[in-house]
Each structure stands twice: as structure tokens, then as C-alpha cells.
Design a protein around this ligand. Structure first.
Ligand code: SAM
Ligand code: NAG
Ligand code: NAG
Length: 244
């Protein structure tokens, strides 16, 4: 396998050559940032339809983390087009963050369809640096399909822990690296470099559960599942919540 993987990686990169050329010219990032919100809003509808049961189960106890006001104050990182709003409890105060400002119109229309929530703010920020959000100020942080795309997972988890109040929870659902002896893992490695460029910085084979284990939450509820997706490169998922 030693030489096979780099060789196959180069083959896949050759197939993606037009994208590499656009990146070389400096245009790809602009195209990605403009077109991704539309693509994500379409993709996330079909993804959510397939993972409805899992999300319902995941967010089922979210209301237990309500603060003293009786409502949950919630910060969603990498909110994208707002794929999780319908799962939040009535009265939930939602602040969204995403480094890509082009998501805002999708978030606003998602909010308009979820009148049971109170939309507080949209921050254009990477989750590695949530400076406008004070320490220990939110009950719940949510991130779905985000830790695959951030630059520094450990730095993000540190920020998440900083902004959570003691006893608050971080809910996550992420596609991750498959078992290292599986074929899926082999193909994840083959496609990884080209995928990262084409899919707006998404890493195919991160062992994100390790970062969560090392992030010093006081309690970690984490499950590995095979998501019911046909596209098996992103089938292997983790989901759960970590309590500060
Ligand atoms: C695959 S999309 C997922 C969107 C949405 N959370 C969902 O579940 O459909 C990844 C999102 O992460 C965002 N993102 C990329 N880098 C980020 C970073 N450093 N911090 C926070 N979000 C980031 C992207 O802009 C994009 O909205
Ligand atoms: C977690 O705790 C250990 C032991 O106290 C410490 O060495 C480590 O730096 C901490 N990690 C983080 C991310 O806070
Ligand atoms: C934008 C988006 O993906 N919205 C979805 C949120 O989740 C509900 C329930 O699964 C879907 O019906 C929406 O399409």
C-alpha cells in the first residue's frame, strides 16, 4: 500500500485538474465561497431526510440544558444553511456563526420557517476564534459536519469549552475516518487531497473522536455509527454530546 495510495492520489488529482488550475489562478476560493451555500442547502435537505431519526435522537435531550431563564441559549458553529433549527426546543435563543458570509440569506430563510426559535445574531467568524462571545455565556453549542472543515479541531474545541457555561453541552455529528483496516479508509485516503480542495476544505479522514476525548470535557457521550448514506466515503460518523 506504501506507494499505491500516493499514486492513486495523484490520479484523482489529475481528474480534478481543472479545479487545481482555477485554484492556481486564485479563482477557486471565490467560486467555492459563492456556490457552496447553494450546494450545501440542497445537500443538507437530502442528508437531513436520511439522518432524521439520528438527529431527533441526538437533540432529544437538548432542552435539559436550559439555563436559569428557562430557555436554552444556543450557539451554532459553522451553521451553514441552518440544517438543525427544526430540532431546537421552543423559545431557544439561537446565535449562528460561519466564516462564509454568503450563508446568511439561507439562515434567515431557515429562521423564518422556524418561528418557535428566537434568532439573536449571525456572526461571521471561524470557530477557532469566537472572540465576540463571552466566556461561560451559552448553554449549548452545536456543530454538525463542521469539524471536518475547520483548520484546527483542538483550537475549536477549546473555544467551545470557553464559551459554554459550566454544565453546558456541545452537540456534534461529524463524518470521520473509517477503521484503518477497512476499504473505506483506503479510499478516504486516496480521495483526501483532491476532496479537500474541491469540497471547500473538508477533510475526509479525520479521527475527530480523539480530539473530543482529549478536550477535557467533564462528560463525553459519543457513538460511532454508519450513516445510511450511499456515498460511503462519508458514511462513518460520530455523534453525541460533551458536557463542560
Ligand atoms: C459541510 S458544511 C456543514 C453546514 C451545516 N452545519 C450542516 O450541518 O449542514 C461545513 C460548514 O463549516 C463552515 N466552516 C468552514 N471552516 C470553518 C471554521 N474554521 N469555523 C467554523 N465553520 C467553518 C463552512 O463555511 C460550512 O458552512
Ligand atoms: C487536559 O488536561 C490535561 C491534564 O490536566 C492537560 O495536560 C491538557 O493540556 C488539557 N488539554 C486541554 C485541551 O485543555
Ligand atoms: C436547510 C435544511 O437542511 N433544513 C432541514 C432541517 O431539518 C428538517 C428536519 O429534518 C428538514 O425538513 C429541513 O429540510
Amino acid at each position: 500500500m506504501g506507494l499505491l495510495i500516493p499514486l492513486l492520489q495523484k490520479c484523482v488529482q489529475l481528474l480534478a485538474l481543472p479545479v487545481y488550475v482555477l485554484a492556481f489562478l486564485g479563482w477557486w476560493d471565490w467560486i467555492c465561497k459563492k456556490s457552496f451555500p447553494y450546494l450545501m442547502s440542497r445537500l443538507s435537505k437530502s442528508y437531513n431526510a436520511k439522518l432524521h431519526k439520528e438527529k431527533q435522537q441526538l437533540f432529544g435531550n437538548l432542552a435539559d440544558f436550559a439555563g436559569s431563564s428557562g430557555h436554552v441559549s444556543l450557539l451554532e458553529i459553522g451553521a451553514g444553511s441552518g440544517a438543525n433549527f427544526s430540532f431546537y426546543p421552543p423559545g431557544c435563543r439561537v446565535t449562528c456563526t460561519d466564516p462564509n458570509p454568503n450563508f446568511q440569506q439561507y439562515l434567515l430563510s431557515g429562521m423564518a420557517q422556524n418561528r418557535h426559535l428566537r434568532f439573536e445574531d449571525f456572526l461571521v467568524a471561524a470557530a477557532e476564534d469566537l472572540r465576540p462571545v463571552p466566556d461561560s455565556s451559552v448553554d449549548v453549542v452545536v456543530g454538525t459536519l463542521v469539524l471536518c472543515s475547520v483548520d484546527d479541531v483542538a483550537a475549536v474545541l477549546k473555544e467551545v469549552r470557553r464559551v459554554l457555561r459550566p454544565g453546558g453541552a456541545f452537540y456534534f455529528m461529524e463524518h470521520v475516518a473509517a477503521h484503518s483496516s477497512s476499504w473505506i479508509y483506503f479510499w478516504q485516503q486516496v480521495f483526501s487531497p483532491a476532496w479537500k480542495l474541491v469540497a471547500d476544505g473538508c477533510s475526509l479522514a479525520r479521527e475527530t473522536w480523539k480530539n473530543l476525548e482529549q478536550a477535557n470535557f467533564s462528560e463525553l457521550n459519543l457513538q460511532h455509527i454508519n450513516a445510511p448514506l450511499k456515498w460511503s466515503l462519508v458514511q462513518t460518523h460520530i455523534l453525541g454530546y460533551a458536557v463542560k
